[in-house]
Design a protein around this ligand. Structure first.
Ligand code: SPD
Length: 416
């Protein structure tokens, strides 16, 4: 079966494709045993529904509004034409076509005798019916590598003015926020990123009082920043209110501080906010951005970092997520070159953390200091230990702080 002029959005929605294929199988009279579906980032879905009578397989090309489906059945209990029509409606296809092919020439088939008992499927349930299983995957795919997470469905899916905002219910990492098909944060491993992007600067700046967060709409960075009770002002500027909506609805443990009375949450363009801010107005600027594609592109430019430098106070710090040295090597090198040109060769440091749901699992952060703050001047160990304990931190501690700045040789070579 082939379908043309379909809705690109529907063809790129793995949950919709899975449901459509399963409905098409059931309505045609088939008994479903298993289904496995993958979404490829940025677009395309592949999947198979295994039925007692054989299988249905699909691949979609949303960018062409095209899908091709194979439906293979045996016996005459399944009516494939029912499936054909259902899928045509379900994909909102402008045009469809199908070819029915008879396979298996009776004259050439000879029946063999074998021991039926020995061949019985051990996975069948006691009453003999097949056990139905499900296998649906989200895949963040690059040209050369991919990261897949099995999920039970999508909880949120909105195309905002800036990007596609989705939340999946993953089996291994809890609810997961993706933007334009890229993993932003998951309930199970978010603490690594959020503790490292916040406590490293806040426990080394001599006297932080005013903090600005650019991006960070899921709320994890704000939650950690607000654990530092001595702060006087915390401003967060997120461009996309849909990210905030999705996080409040489906990532409540991450978004828990978005309504905190001390947080001044502004929905606006972070670049514009920084350009308009007064000289020396923040002690710490955290850039909690997405990757340098789409709406975050402007957050990776020399002009933006120069403006951040301008609005930092004399001892001010800028912290950014600086991608993966293994995966985004070119961007990674450029980031450090750019920061050093603005903050000075010796004032820019890199530190690492292990984040399993980001490409390669090795993620980096940059620490750029305008004045005297230095990442090795950590507050006294007892003070840090007490903070770690009362704040119930799960990743960050004094030893890890120091160790995070110890870089593998290949990373040192990359940033000089
Ligand atoms: N490739 C993923 C990079 C994501 C960085 N930002 C994550 C936002 C978490 N608050």
């Amino acid at each position: 079966m082939e379908y043309y002029n379909c809705s690109p959005e529907l063809l790129n929605d793995v949950v919709h494709i899975e449901k459509s294929m399963e409905n098409a199988a059931e309505e045609a009279g088939a008994t479903i045993i298993n289904s496995t579906f993958h979404h490829f980032s940025p677009y395309g879905v592949s999947g198979v529904v295994v039925i007692q009578e054989s299988h249905l397989a699909i691949h979609t090309w949303p960018e062409y509004g095209y899908a091709s489906v194979d439906l293979f059945t045996c016996g005459d209990t399944v009516n494939p034409w029912v499936s054909y029509q259902m899928l045509k409606d379900s994909f909102q296809a402008g045009h469809g076509s199908a070819v029915e092919l008879k396979r298996g020439e009776m004259a050439l088939l000879k029946r063999k005798n074998f021991d039926v008992k020995a061949m019985r499927d051990e996975k069948s349930s006691e009453d003999g019916d097949p056990i139905r299983t499900r296998d649906v995957w989200f895949t963040e795919r690059d040209d050369k590598i991919a990261l897949s997470l099995k999920h039970d469905g999508k909880l949120y899916d909105v195309q905002s003015d800036y990007q596609r905002v989705e939340v999946y219910n993953t089996q291994a990492y809890g609810n997961m926020l993706t933007l334009d098909g890229m993993v932003m944060t998951t309930e199970k491993d978010e603490y690594v990123y959020h503790e490292m992007i916040t406590h490293v600067p806040l426990l080394t700046h001599p006297d932080p009082k005013r903090v600005l967060i650019i991006g960070g709409g899921d709320g994890g960075t704000a939650r950690e920043v607000l654990k530092h009770e001595n702060l006087e002002e915390v401003v967060m500027v997120e461009i996309d209110d849909k990210v905030i909506e999705a996080s409040k609805m489906h990532l409540p443990t991450i978004a828990q501080s978005l309504d905190h009375p001390k947080l001044n949450l502004i929905i606006d363009d972070g670049i514009k906010y920084v350009n308009d801010a007064a000289d020396g107005s923040f002690d710490l600027v955290i850039v909690d951005s997405t990757d340098p594609v789409g709406p975050a592109e402007g957050l990776f430019t020399v002009d933006f970092y120069k403006e951040v430098h301008r609005i930092l106070s004399a001892d001010g710090l800028m912290i950014t997520q600086s991608e993966s040295p293994r995966f985004n090597s070119k961007v990674f090198k450029e980031i450090y070159q750019t920061y050093r040109g603005i903050f000075g060769q010796d004032n820019v440091h890199c530190y690492l953390a292990h984040i399993p749901t980001y490409p390669t699992g090795m993620w980096s952060f940059s620490y750029s200091s305008k004045g005297s703050a230095n990442p090795m001047n950590l507050r006294p160990t007892e003070e840090v230990d007490a903070f770690v304990k009362t704040s119930k931190l799960r990743y960050y501690n004094a030893d890890l702080h120091k160790a995070a700045f110890a870089l593998p040789n290949f990373v040192k070579e990359m940033i000089g």
